[in-house]
Design a protein around this ligand. Structure first.
Ligand SMILES: Nc1nc2c(ncn2[C@@H]2O[C@H](COP(=O)(O)OP(=O)(O)OP(=O)(O)O)[C@@H](O)[C@H]2O)c(=O)[nH]1
Ligand SMILES: [Mg+2]
Length: 440
């Protein structure tokens, strides 16, 4: 799995290692190679371009950590961006709603692996303590019904079959499952060679009649760009909730796994990694990124090093608080540290109690950018002794940072207030003040 992309990235990294020092120029060259590696892996052009753009921004802007090699820092950046690209893991199965079982509708092109996946999914659900029922809604091929029945027997899961139209079969099946006390229904629908009117019509009719909780597209990873395109088309025409990517065991390139989320906005929920009934895995982007890079140890090394750097800074900061020598530079540093920790809304959301408080309110991240710009437009002297910042200086700082004088005034006021609070804190138990948060 993923040999092409793994090898290509490994070549890029060894190129970096040979160069030793990282410069903006060789970072850009390396990133060009990463883009080539992605294209070779059948990642779409647009996705590859934006991937490389955000890696480059992070690599050029990042601080050098002395205890690790620059290449290792790049590996970490690529690793994190791969995870970003594939999005958060989402492996939820629909729960029972009242007495109605959760309903999953599988759909996809012919031979993509729907029937096999239906069996695998029922098996996986059962291992999670669910009571699944399989439904043969593919009446195009009698062999398809038989195939599902055999799978059901193998794992001892009931299979619902009837000689009606697929929408009616599905509707009856859900009722029957409810009566039988099943809590999950998996619909195996018919495939077509292409996405055509007839297929869409039938799928839509089933969806309208049954209102499945999840419409999952089953797509063959080995078809690369075609899988991405058909996922996009199914999503636009019918609407899907997620993707199950099959035949990952035979997929050397990995383009579909890497780009489906970015192209369709829908998560890959499960992946098929073989023909056996237990060859279905939950999809975890972080594990996949680790597997592609084959460098899990490097990633944790960099994480640890970064933690130490942040810890050292925190201690230094604590000392400053105690001596009350907090400057505008420290304020800037605090803002930058906060920014590195990810979007502020995510961060605050994780603090118990605060998550509910901020609710859906947007946190204005651009405020941070403005604060940074203002402080960066000050001279060193001004940052250390803000009391010298008179009207003329304020004007210069505001035009240098592209802000209003009022904003500069507000920042200086905030800083004064922050310093006052820090002093108070330092006199008390040594300052538990969460420095860096905007005070307005
Ligand atoms: N290696 C491998 N083979 C798979 C995987 N998933 C499915 N297959 C194989 O792919 C073939 C087609 O699978 P089916 O489940 O019949 O596909 P389908 O989408 O139901 O096909 P139609 O009903 O004809 O549309 C079978 O031989 C499966 O064993 C997988 O993850 N890995
Ligand atoms: Mg089938």
């Amino acid at each position: 799995m993923f040999e092409t992309i793994s090898n290509a990235l490994e070549n890029v990294f060894s190129g970096f290692r040979k160069k030793g020092k990282l410069t903006e120029k060789n970072i850009k060259e390396g990133m060009r190679d990463i883009r080539m590696a992605l294209l070779e892996a059948d990642v779409s052009y647009k996705v590859a371009r934006s991937f490389v753009k955000s890696c480059t921004e992070k690599a050029v802007g990042q601080e050098v950590i002395k205890s690790i090699q620059p290449t290792q820092q790049i590996v970490k950046i690529v690793h994190d961006e791969l995870i970003n690209l594939m999005g958060e893991a989402d492996t939820t199965l629909p729960a029972k709603d009242g007495s109605r079982p959760g309903v999953i509708m599988l759909l996809g092109l012919q031979g993509s692996g729907k029937t096999t996946t239906a069996g695998k999914l029922a098996h996986l659900a059962r291992r999670k303590g669910r009571k699944p029922m399989l439904v043969a809604a593919d009446v195009q091929r009698p062999a398809g019904v038989k195939q599902l029945q055999l799978l059901g027997e193998q794992i001892d899961v009931p299979v619902f079959t009837e000689d009606f139209t697929p929408p009616r079969i599905c509707k009856m099946a859900v009722k029957f499952a409810q009566k039988e006390g099943c809590d999950l229904v998996i619909l195996d629908t018919a495939g077509r060679l292409h996405i055509d009117e007839a297929l869409m019509g039938e799928l839509e009719e089933i969806a309208n009649k049954v209102k499945p909780d999840q419409r999952l597209l089953v797509a063959n990873a080995m078809t690369g760009q075609d899988a991405i395109q058909s996922a996009d088309e199914f999503n636009r025409k019918l609407g899907i909730d997620g993707v199950i990517l099959t035949m990952l065991d035979g997929d050397a390139r990995g383009g579909a796994a890497l780009s489906i989320r970015a192209v369709t906005g829908k998560p890959i929920k499960f992946v098929g990694v073989g023909e056996k009934i237990d060859n279905l895995e939950e999809f975890h982007p972080d594990r996949l990124a680790g597997r592609i890079l084959g460098m899990g140890d490097v990633v944790s090394l960099v994480e640890k090093a970064q933690e130490t750097v942040d810890k050292e800074k925190a201690i230094e900061f604590q000392k400053k608080i105690q001596k009350a020598t907090f400057t505008l530079d420290d304020m800037l540093e605090q803002f930058q540290q906060l920014k590195r920790m990810g979007p502020l809304s995510d961060l605050l959301g994780k603090i118990p109690g605060i998550g509910n408080m901020i609710g859906d309110e947007e946190i204005d991240e651009s405020e941070f950018a403005r604060v940074e710009a203002i402080i960066q437009s000050m001279t060193i002297e001004e940052r250390l002794h803000p009391e010298i910042i008179d009207g003329r200086r304020r004007l210069r700082i505001s035009s240098g940072s592209g802000t209003d004088v009022q904003e500069v005034n507000a920042l200086l006021k905030d800083f004064k207030q922050m310093k006052k609070m820090i002093k108070k804190g330092a006199k008390g138990k040594g300052g538990g003040f969460p420095a860096g948060l905007p005070l307005r």
